[in-house]
Ligand binder design. Structure first.
Ligand code: WT7
Length: 660
């Protein structure tokens, strides 16, 4: 981006919070004022949500920026805060997890049972020689033992590194090596798309390459045959036989809680390090505030996998620290049928649903009649995370799932931020479809130009965070320099040319402020297209395409062009009922190009549109524009190892050759 980002779209619809929800909301508008008046006092107040074994002496130590320390001198145990204290308060019989296996088997786990299992697992970790500070890799399907394993690590002060269960041998072994993990916790397999999907063979291969691993703890889930070595221990022969008594010891507020690897666009994965007191403070506060959680009556469901940060913060640590009752689902949304999500919402009377734009767009493509067949009246707050949500998908979510009643919270955050940073508050904010709205109380986000100057309302540029926040990453595991280079050297005190003494965190996202100052996230800045001297965000062109009634989903890239520098090339998935054969396809193509020109202006008109059956996505559902760019520029494909479904690129390339 040379200067600022072009601001092309305009959205005028606005939805105030439902009155009853607003009147009873956990967090009211005053919170913004209060936090602005004294940010550190505000966070100190939120830290009081937790039970501390020893209270902190100082809220923030920022004397060695950008290395923050929060709640200095404080001590607490995370597992105690997520489990024991609810049992001690007489809520042991309350359901913590309604677990739904993909084949339809279920388990109901109360807080008392969770305490028993976490204590047993903690005792087993100790028996296996794990002590505070050791690293443990967790490679699991979406079964309750995944959460138990994380909490058991936290309980004994071991730092967990969860690796998504869909990742390869290489991904697992490089993460094990980087963290020098001593133990892997895994399962024989899990259920996906109607059949058992093995995990243990991947672990076996990875462990063979990993000299640091001393033991492998294996949950039996699918009953598949597994190879066995003398490092392997069955969970049911160790954890389930262990003593259920375990006294949680308190750890320093800055004790390392977990490492989570994030791939980024290039280079080796970064081990994002999160610590104890600040992390739990912010995820607990935000889970309560953003979802307006009423632990006594709500049933909360986050559809993420535990292998992503969303699973860490908003399945395990946030909800459990708040004593929530939640649903956890093992499988895919289309097994056994495309109604599985709505069947689960109906069955458990889910009241808060947190999911991703990629899933919402998929549900749109599958058709309105599927959710229409279910009673979704229990829902009262809907959340979105992971990518910008197009206004059209937002409206579909509101109308077809929220039935025009429920607020939508579009939550912007990152693995690095640990917790939600920018989001509406459901009882306070009048939301706009497609906007994450404003930073939460206690958070200072801004949009700046390339000189680090705040852009005025109506302008676009780079999203930055100006003040440290409690759940911020502390460093990249083993690589302080990369931490500085990646996040702190573009703007502010960490930039070579800067005379400023303000440390500014660069998130890597483009964003704009609308006339009211609301924030619109515009995708990763690496994806921004430069067309005839204009910086155009892929997100805006994609949203314009999705606003056409024939389009279910789209991905846009900038391809080298001899006249305009870059030209816009769009890949479009038509909705299910749309005719794309022969002339109809050609007409649709013309219509779509004109539709974008009309919506955003002629500068944003795509040079070329391909109608495709699927888009390449990462396992976490993000579109891999890099691969589409390879196609658009007629190159052979780059690294496809993080691609969710490798057949997709064949389909797309085939479409290219037939001109469709
Ligand atoms: C990147 C972080 C946060 C948990 C899941 C992803 C994009 C995330 C939004 C949103 C627009 C979003 C950003 C961000 N992103 N949420 N609500 N609106 N963009 O975590 O894998 O670390 O990815 O996801 O580009 O930088 P992650």
């Amino acid at each position: 981006m040379s200067e600022t980002l072009e601001n092309l779209s305009s959205e005028t619809r606005q939805f105030p919070p439902p009155e009853a929800l607003a009147a009873a909301a956990n967090v009211k508008a005053e919170a913004y004022e209060e936090a602005k008046a004294d940010r550190l006092a505000f966070w100190a107040e939120q830290a009081d949500r937790l039970t501390w074994a020893k209270k902190w002496d100082q809220v923030l130590d920022w004397s060695n920026p950008p290395f923050a320390k929060w709640f200095i001198g404080g001590e607490l145990n995370i597992a105690y805060n997520c489990v024991d204290r609810h049992v001690e308060a007489g809520r042991g019989d309350k359901v913590a997890i309604h677990w739904e296996g993909e084949p339809g088997d279920t388990r109901t786990i109360t807080y008392a049972e969770l305490l028993k299992q976490v204590s047993q697992a903690a005792n087993t970790l100790t028996d296996l020689g794990i002590t505070a500070g050791d690293r443990v890799a967790i490679y699991m399907p979406m079964i309750p033992e995944a959460a138990v394993a994380m909490l058991a690590c936290a309980r004994v002060g071991a730092t967990h590194s969860v690796v998504f269960g869909g990742f390869s041998v290489d991904a697992l072994s490089t993460r094990i090596a980087d963290a020098e993990a001593k133990l892997v916790i895994t399962a024989d397999g899990g259920y996906r798309r109607g059949k058992p999907s093995a995990l243990k063979p991947t672990v076996d291969e990875a462990v063979a390459k990993s000299p640091s691993i001393e033991n492998v703890l294996v949950v039996r889930r699918t009953g598949q045959d597994v190879a066995w070595t003398d490092k392997d221990k069955w969970w049911h022969e160790t954890v389930e036989q262990a003593s259920p008594e375990h006294e949680a010891q308190a750890f320093d507020a800055e004790h390392p809680l977990f490492i989570l690897y994030t791939s980024g666009t290039t280079g080796k994965p970064k081990g994002i390090l999160h610590t104890t007191g600040g992390y739990l403070t912010q995820v607990s506060y935000t889970h309560n505030a953003v979802f307006d959680l009423k632990p006594e009556t709500d049933v909360y469901w986050c559809t993420a996998d535990i292998g992503w940060v969303t699973g860490h913060s908003y399945i395990v640590y946030g909800p459990l620290s708040n004593g929530a009752t939640q649903v956890m689902y093992e499988g895919t949304p289309d097994t056994p049928g495309r109604d599985r999500f709505w069947q689960i919402v109906d069955k458990y009377k889910v009241s808060i649903l947190y999911t991703a734009p990629t899933l919402i767009r998929t549900m749109m493509k599958w058709g309105d009649d599927i959710p229409a067949g279910y009673d979704l009246s229990s829902l009262r707050v809907l959340g979105s995370v992971g990518e910008p949500i197009n206004p059209e998908a937002w409206m579909w979510y509101r109308e077809n799932i929220g039935r025009n009643r429920t607020p939508i919270v579009d939550t912007w955050w990152q693995t690095e931020t640990g917790g939600v940073m920018i989001s509406p508050l459901p009882g306070v904010t009048a939301t706009k479809p497609g906007s994450a709205m404003t930073p939460l109380p206690g958070i200072t986000a801004d949009v700046v130009d390339d000189q680090a100057q705040s852009v005025p309302n109506g302008g676009g540029g780079f999203l930055v965070l100006r003040d440290p926040w409690p759940s911020m990453l502390r460093t990249i595991w083993g690589d302080d320099k990369r931490f500085l280079d990646t996040y702190w050297s573009r703007f502010g005190a960490g930039a070579d040319s800067s005379s400023s003494d303000e440390w500014i965190y660069f998130a890597g996202d483009g964003a704009k402020k609308d006339e009211d100052g609301a924030l619109w996230l515009l995708g990763r800045v690496d994806d921004v297209m430069l067309v005839s001297g204009h910086n155009i965000s892929t997100t805006e062109v994609e949203s314009a395409l999705v606003s056409h009634p024939s389009v279910a989903e789209s991905a846009v890239v900038g391809a080298t062009d001899p006249t305009t520098g870059q030209a816009i090339v769009a890949f479009v998935i038509p909705r299910g009922n749309v005719d794309t054969e022969g002339d109809a396809g050609e007409q649709l193509n013309v219509d779509l190009r004109n539709h974008v020109a009309k919506t955003l202006g002629p500068i944003a008109k795509p040079r070329q549109i391909m109608l495709v059956p699927e888009l390449p996505k990462t396992r976490s559902g993000k579109i891999m524009r890099r691969l589409l760019k390879d196609v658009a520029e007629n190159r052979s494909l780059g690294d496809v190892t993080t691609l969710q479904d490798s057949a997709v690129m064949d389909l797309i390339s085939k479409g290219m050759n037939t001109g469709k």
